[in-house]
Every structure is written in structure tokens, then in C-alpha cells.
Design a protein around this ligand. Structure first.
Ligand SMILES: Cc1cc2nc3c(=O)[nH]c(=O)nc-3n(C[C@H](O)[C@H](O)[C@H](O)COP(=O)(O)OP(=O)(O)OC[C@H]3O[C@@H](n4cnc5c(N)ncnc54)[C@H](O)[C@@H]3O)c2cc1C
Length: 395
């Protein structure tokens, strides 16, 4: 077993690190780079963040794995994964949604007109997308979605609701899964549409969630779109949604933020005392830290199995499920461990006088549960492992 990176890959990662070091000197760097935001900084919107994305585009970091005929470099997806690891370490916006899910689906299935319109915009980081999949009655069981798209002249009219749409409050374009054939089996009557967020009849309502993670509900009230809004073929949407998730496998699963959190945890506890004795001499603390260190290594190995399998051309659904369920839980365990040992000041929020480590642990306490839900909940990951890996029947 050899998970070592090639000299080219190491040199690429170094180049990205140097680029990010330069970017960190920017006076507005905190607007697009902040590890304390727990890797959700890609969700924020600001002119500085957009400018940073355009600078990444100028460096050629967007669309690296795309075919050359569409402006890409045709280099292996591992480079996109390495880029995201470095970005995640700095809390900078990750690549994925436009370049991965939307761009790659358009390349494979979009019309020539759609390719001409969207691919250059994605490569130049000129636009933001929101992904509209989840609905109030369709999350884990996404194929039950009910947003209705009915034929209207040569276009479509959409009615219904989406929920938890990240970025809908600032994105320019909305990538939406809708039901186009209510009589077909549920996976077969879904199509994907791409429409401007300012289309009349769309209403976006913000939802403030844990740790002030902002998301949105989106209401469709007779939203009319032309024939060009349909992505690919009618009623093939489920295939596109599943494929898009596969495209993300390289880029979704960064491990650096977890490693960094563990380092910060050790740093936060180093030198602290309880009842006049250093925590580092407490046998219970030492045992717990040793166990955590072993689990962090396990997470690293599980993540490398995802990358290794994807690099060999596989679809690492089981590996990705194992990594996600393990690592997202471990983030919570590390955070709980630190808070248990920091004492009451550990619970002070960011900005509060006396808050330990700038209040970041209280913030992590609120934000780490999000990763156990987004992109498929932990229970869903366990079902994937039970069925596909262990061969257990559907519950
Ligand atoms: C940070 C974040 C960002 C997100 N961004 C987006 C976005 O941009 N676009 C978008 O469309 N959605 C987005 N989502 C929504 C996300 O995809 C859903 O929340 C997720 O798929 C779960 O769906 P749900 O909330 O409807 O919960 P449900 O599916 O209703 O699940 C409720 C509970 O039941 C459990 N459960 C459900 N089914 C089973 C089962 N078969 N076996 C065992 N347990 C089960 C779940 O694990 C969960 O604990 C985001 C979510 C988060 C947290």
C-alpha cells in the first residue's frame, strides 16, 4: 500500500500553498480566508471572496480536470483534490459546485448553447450557483421530490418549494431538480433545470441555522422558463444528480481541517492546569489524547482510500461513506473533548472577553454537526455501508 504523492503532485501542492501565503498578506484576506469559519467560508459572499476566486481562475486552478476543448487542462482529478486540501486548511472557498457538479454535468450532457454560455463563466469565476435538491419532504429520500415542472408553450412552469439551498441568497443561477413526469417511477420522472435566480416568481427566504450558518428556503410560484433551461434530456435528472455527486468525490472530502482541529485542540490544552496540576500529567487526559490521535490517523487512512479509489477511476461510494461517517463524528468528539477540559471560559463565544482561543471552540461546537447532515446524513452513510458493503437487505 502506497499513498505517497508523486513529485509533480507535491510540487503542485507547494505552489498552491505559496499562492495562498501571498493571498494571506492581502489586507482583506479575512473576508475570504478564515480557518475559524470551519470550512464553511465558501458559503459566504463578499466582493473580496469573488475577487479571490477570480485570482484562482487566473492562476488556472479552475477546471483543471476538464477537457482541453472546453478550456480545461485534462489533468487528473487528484490535483483538484490537492487544491481543495490547501484551500480548506486556510478556510478559503473550495472549488466544487461550479467546476465540479455543474460544469462537468454540462460538459457531458448540456446543449452546445449551454456549454457556450456557462463553461467560460465558470472557468473565469464570474458567477455563483445554488443547488436546489432538498425539499421539506425530500432530503435523505431525495427521489421523492415534488417541485413540479409542467410544459408551458415551448418552455416550462415550475411550482413548489426547495429548502436548505445554500447560497440562494446571493447566487446568480439556480440548478434545480424538478418532477417532470409524476406518473413515472419516482427516480425516472425527474429533470434538472438551470435558471436565473432573479426569474419572476422565485422567492428566497433566509434561514439562520447553528453557528449562524445561513441557508435558504426557495418558493416557486408559476416560475416560467424557456426550453433552454432544461439540462440534458427530459426525465434523466436523477442520473445527472447522482453523477454530479460522483464528480465531487475528489473534492468534497478534505481531511486537513480535522487534522488542524486536532493540532489546535492539543495547543489549547497544552500548559493548562486543573486543581494546580498540569492536564498533561492527568492519566485520563493522556489516555483520551492517545485514543484521539489513533482515531485521527484512522480518519486520514479512510480518506486516502477515497482518494486512492477515485484516482484509479472507481466510484468510491463505500469508502466515501465510511470516511464521512467517521470523520464528521470525530470532529464532534475532538470539540467535545476540548470543551470538557477548558472549563467555563471555553464556552464563551467569539468576541466575549476571556474567550479561550478567540471563542473558536464554542463556534466549532455549533458548526461541526452540520457536516454530519449536509451531503447525506450519517444514518444514510451507515445504510450505504450496511447494504453495499455488508450486503444487508434494505430496511
Ligand atoms: C450545511 C448544509 C448545507 C446544505 N446545502 C444544501 C444545498 O445547497 N442544497 C440542497 O438541496 N440541500 C442542502 N442541504 C440539505 C441536506 O442535503 C439535507 O439536510 C440532508 O440530505 C438531510 O435531509 P433532511 O434535512 O430532509 O432530513 P431527513 O431526510 O428528513 O432526515 C431526518 C433524520 O432521519 C434520518 N433518516 C432519514 N432517512 C433514514 C433512513 N432511511 N434510515 C435511517 N435514518 C434515516 C436522517 O439521518 C436524519 O437524522 C444542506 C444541509 C446542510 C446541513
Amino acid at each position: 500500500m502506497d499513498f505517497k504523492l508523486s513529485p509533480d503532485e507535491i510540487s503542485f501542492a507547494r505552489g498552491v500553498r505559496a499562492f495562498l501565503e501571498e493571498e494571506a498578506q492581502h489586507p482583506d484576506a479575512h473576508d475570504f480566508m478564515d480557518p475559524d469559519r470551519d470550512c464553511h467560508s465558501q458559503l459566504a459572499n463578499s466582493p473580496e471572496r469573488r475577487a479571490f476566486c477570480r485570482r484562482m481562475a487566473k492562476r488556472g486552478y479552475l477546471g483543471m480536470s476538464w477537457p482541453k476543448s472546453y478550456g480545461g487542462q485534462e489533468i487528473p482529478g487528484i490535483y483538484e483534490y490537492l487544491l481543495n486540501e490547501e484551500l480548506a486548511l486556510r478556510g478559503a472557498p473550495l472549488i466544487g459546485k461550479g467546476v465540479g457538479c455543474i460544469g462537468k454535468t454540462i460538459i457531458r450532457h448540456g446543449s452546445e448553447e449551454m456549454k457556450r454560455q456557462f463553461l467560460p463563466m465558470i472557468l473565469d469565476a464570474e458567477t455563483e450557483f445554488a443547488l436546489g435538491y432538498s425539499e421539506p419532504g425530500a432530503g435523505s429520500d431525495l427521489a421523492s421530490l415534488k417541485l413540479r415542472a409542467e410544459p408551458d408553450g415551448d418552455g416550462w412552469v415550475l411550482n413548489g418549494q426547495k429548502v436548505w439551498t445554500t447560497s440562494a441568497n446571493f447566487a446568480e443561477w439556480y440548478w434545480v431538480a424538478a418532477r417532470t413526469d409524476p406518473d413515472a417511477p419516482k427516480h425516472k420522472g425527474i429533470s434538472v433545470f438551470l435558471l436565473p435566480m432573479n426569474t419572476p416568481g422565485l422567492t428566497v427566504r433566509k434561514i439562520d441555522t447553528l453557528g449562524h450558518h445561513l441557508t435558504n428556503e426557495v418558493f416557486f410560484d408559476n416560475v416560467r422558463v424557456g426550453p433552454g433551461a432544461l439540462v440534458g434530456e427530459l426525465n434523466k435528472g436523477w442520473t445527472y444528480v447522482c453523477e454530479a455527486l460522483d464528480f465531487e468525490r475528489f473534492t468534497f472530502y478534505t481531511v486537513n481541517p480535522l487534522l488542524q482541529k486536532f493540532e489546535r485542540a492539543l495547543e489549547a490544552l497544552r500548559g493548562r492546569t486543573r486543581n494546580g496540576h498540569p492536564l498533561s500529567e492527568d492519566i485520563g487526559v493522556r489516555r483520551a489524547v492517545g485514543k484521539l490521535a489513533a482515531e485521527i490517523e484512522t480518519a486520514k487512512m479512510l480518506q486516502r482510500r477515497v482518494v486512492d479509489s477515485a484516482a484509479k477511476g472507481g466510484v468510491p461510494a463505500i469508502e466515501a461513506a465510511m470516511y464521512k461517517v467517521f470523520a464528521t463524528r470525530l470532529q464532534q468528539v475532538v470539540t467535545d473533548f476540548v470543551l470538557d477540559h477548558l472549563g467555563p471560559t471555553g464556552l464563551l463565544r467569539k468576541g466575549a472577553p476571556g474567550a479561550v482561543d478567540g471563542g473558536v471552540w464554542e463556534h466549532f461546537y455549533q458548526t461541526t454537526p452540520l457536516d454530519t447532515i449536509g451531503g447525506g446524513t450519517s444514518e444514510v452513510q451507515k445504510n450505504i455501508i450496511a447494504r453495499r458493503h455488508l450486503g444487508l437487505p434494505l430496511a
